[in-house]
Design a protein around this ligand. Structure first.
Ligand code: Q9C
Ligand code: ZN
Length: 658
């Protein structure tokens, strides 16, 4: 633990209290010792110590820790762990670090599903469980209003008698059982909300027959083919005996679910049931692997989405909420999401409105199915949802299999391509869905930027016009992993123009999900008179350009955009790197002059990225065949080069040293 955090350890934040007497007391537990659990030979693994470090650094650097009550972890006592785990299991976790050699530990780990152990595993596991328990006890006693336990290893897959899915002890289950067993706390009903992208199988089983614990899990199920595989996460699993009806699963059919989908589940399942159940306290199994950009989840909840989901839960139990970290493997996205949640717990900032998006059709199908099954036990779910509501959908053009669990790379969202495009207009849409992408007040920048035209200069697959138009109109080209949502303003480009620029075209990166092994196109932001790159310019509004940028880059935080200030800076400085999009590979804006007094702008990697390519840190690589073909097609359509010339042009860009 570092100095900064010690300043606020166990202190009432006095300065802030005097400013606003009603500030809520929000606990934060973090302890560097939970970083000791890691893979034995430093093999890379998504569940690694940097996860909680990234969160803690983000909270420290934002200054938010000073508004919270920070406390250190302590070991969970065996007697509390024993209330949900067998003594064999406790024995395994307790002794795994001290009593065995690395190879013995590996052999034990291999007996379990998705588990590793090292010499620090026991200590971390005890601290993770102890932290959640301590946080829960403090909230239950009223010492804190709410708390966030930044812990690892995670817990919700851990079963009574076995570790599983990166989880050793079931931290949330241990704390939940503790709260119910300490009768003097007066807690009789606990709602567990598990929003990790994976089903909380361990927690479900531990409270299967228990009516004091309402376990609610929303997760990818993909018909039983998503981790942890099988039927446990289906909505037919509703509990047993006295616990019947107190287990609610919302199983997604596929990935891609985002804010609109989750909030629809909140509005039409979770919140009505929670109102009826009226919990004394809420535990959140807060995994952030359904967050945008997560390499395992394939879903896209934004920090704002998490804020709104959490806010709705704070209306219950007088806001007594304990959040415990579970999954979440994109460090940026993870840290931003946790930060957004802590802000909500503190209640000192209104939650931003966001653009209105509708759930997928499959989301309504799942919601209806869950309501139908659970309506037997929760009458509020038995009513039929109005057609008017469920017809508001965003089309899911192609159900794609998730990025496989093996694929831990959170690489860029690159251009993908083909000319076989399904335009949004050809899709079966309800009347509403087509014309209703509302632009509420928080999107006020749109009207201003819609008045400015710029030339968007493309050099990659976007040179192919039909492909580029997916980003404007929405739609999906064959071979694309997912449809583009398009821009809010779907009007056609006002002009197309070809130009060459004195910049180096090159191809790099290992590969992409869409194209397999092979590089994608970049433009060296440094100009060089010896070089010549063909560019296809589209005249679009600055508002549309922002929507293209968002689709091209992994966007985690939508707080800043390419606005008029940026445009002004760009004209004088030639280069502006957009911080808000810095996770993407195309967030560096490059000014390429004017045509007809309209600025020409492209997006590429940064100078720093070019250095990484030069040093070999990121590989230079020729494009995959399909990707090359698309570029060639664009050049031919634009009548810039013959096929042979186009191939030679790509060949040279792909092979000449940087
Ligand atoms: N082929 C949590 O998010 N995937 N656990 C294993 C094996 C395991 C995720 C894939 C995913 C576990 C807490
Ligand atoms: Zn997970």
């Amino acid at each position: 633990m570092d100095d900064l955090s010690n300043q606020v350890r166990d202190q009432v934040p006095s300065s802030s209290l005097s400013l606003s007497a009603q500030r809520r007391r929000v606990g934060l537990v973090y302890d560097e010792r939970m970083c000791k659990h890691s893979t034995p030979n430093h093999e890379s693994h998504p569940e690694n110590p940097n996860r909680i470090r990234a969160i803690w650094n983000k909270l420290l650097s934002s200054g938010i820790t000073h508004k919270c009550v920070v406390f250190n972890a302590k070991d969970a006592e065996d007697k509390y762990i024993a209330a949900v785990h067998t003594s064999n299991h406790i024995n395994l976790i307790k002794t795994i670090s001290s009593k065995r050699t690395a190879s013995q530990r590996n052999r034990v780990a291999a007996k379990y599903n998705s588990i590793y152990f090292n010499e620090g595993s026991s200590e971390s596991a005890y601290l993770a469980a102890g932290s959640v328990l301590e946080a829960a006890a403090k909230v239950a006693k009223g010492e804190l209003n709410s708390a966030f336990a930044i812990v690892r290893p995670p817990g919700h897959h851990a079963e009574e008698s076995e570790p599983m899915g990166f989880c050793l002890y079931n931290n949330v289950a241990i704390a939940t059982r503790f709260l119910l067993d300490q009768k003097e706390l007066g807690i009789n009903k606990i709602l567990i909300v598990d929003w990790d992208v994976h089903h909380g199988n361990g927690t479900q089983n531990m409270f299967w027959k228990d009516s004091q614990v309402l376990f609610f899990s929303v997760h990818r199920h993909d018909n039983g083919s998503f981790y942890p595989m099988g039927d446990d996460g289906s909505h037919f699993m509703m509990g047993e005996g006295p616990g019947l009806g107190y287990n609610i699963n919302v199983p997604w059919e596929n990935g891609q679910c985002g804010d609109a989908d989750y909030l629809a589940v909140w509005d039409h399942i979770l919140i009505p049931v929670a109102t009826e159940f009226s919990p004394d306290i809420i535990m959140i199994s807060a995994g952030f692997d359904a967050a945008i950009g997560d390499p395992l989840g394939g879903c896209c909840i934004t920090p704002n989405g998490y804020s709104r989901m959490l806010k709705k839960l704070m209306e219950f139990s007088n806001g007594k909420v304990i959040m415990a970290l579970e999954g979440g493997y994109n460090l940026k996205s993870l840290a931003n999401s946790v930060h957004a949640c802590v802000e909500v717990l503190l209640e000192d900032k209104p939650i931003a409105e966001s653009i209105e998006v509708y759930p997928f059709e499959s989301t309504w199908r799942v919601i209806k199915a869950v309501r139908e099954e659970l309506g037997v036990y929760w009458p509020v779910l038995a009513e039929k949802l109005p057609e008017k509501l469920t017809s508001k959908i965003t089309p899911l053009l192609q159900i794609y299999s998730s990025q496989s669990d093996e694929e831990y790379d959170d690489g860029p969202n690159v251009l993908s391509d083909d000319d076989v495009t399904i335009p949004l207009s050809k899709l079966k849409l309800s009347e509403d869905a087509n014309d209703k992408v509302a632009a509420p007040s928080s999107q006020a920048w749109r009207s201003e930027l819609s008045k400015i035209d710029i030339w968007y200069a493309s050099f990659g697959s976007n040179m192919s016009e039909s492909r580029f138009r997916c980003y404007i109109e929405g739609g999906q080209a064959e071979g694309m992993q997912k449809p583009c949502t398009g821009a809010v303003d779907k009007s056609q480009p006002k002009g197309v123009l070809w130009k060459t620029v004195p910049h180096r075209l090159f191809f790099g990166q290992e590969g992409t999900a869409t194209w397999g092994p092979g590089g994608v196109a970049f433009l060296n932001p440094e100009s060089n008179d010896q070089e010549k790159t063909f560019m296809c310019l589209y005249r679009i509004t600055l508002e549309q350009f922002n929507d293209v940028l968002l689709q091209e880059n992994v966007c985690v935080d939508m707080s800043s955009f390419f606005d008029l200030d940026v445009l002004e800076r760009l004209e004088s400085e030639k280069n502006v790197s957009l911080e808000a999009l810095k996770d993407g590979w195309y967030h560096n804006l490059l000014y390429l002059g004017k045509d007809n007094d309209i600025p020409i702008v492209t997006m590429t990697c940064t100078h720093a990225n070019v250095e990484e390519f030069k040093s070999g840190k990121v590989p230079i690589r020729a494009p995959a065949k399909e990707y090359e073909d698309t570029l060639v097609r664009g050049l031919l359509q634009g009548k810039q080069l013959s096929e042979d010339e186009a191939r030679a042009y790509i060949q040279e860009a792909a092979t000449k040293p940087l």
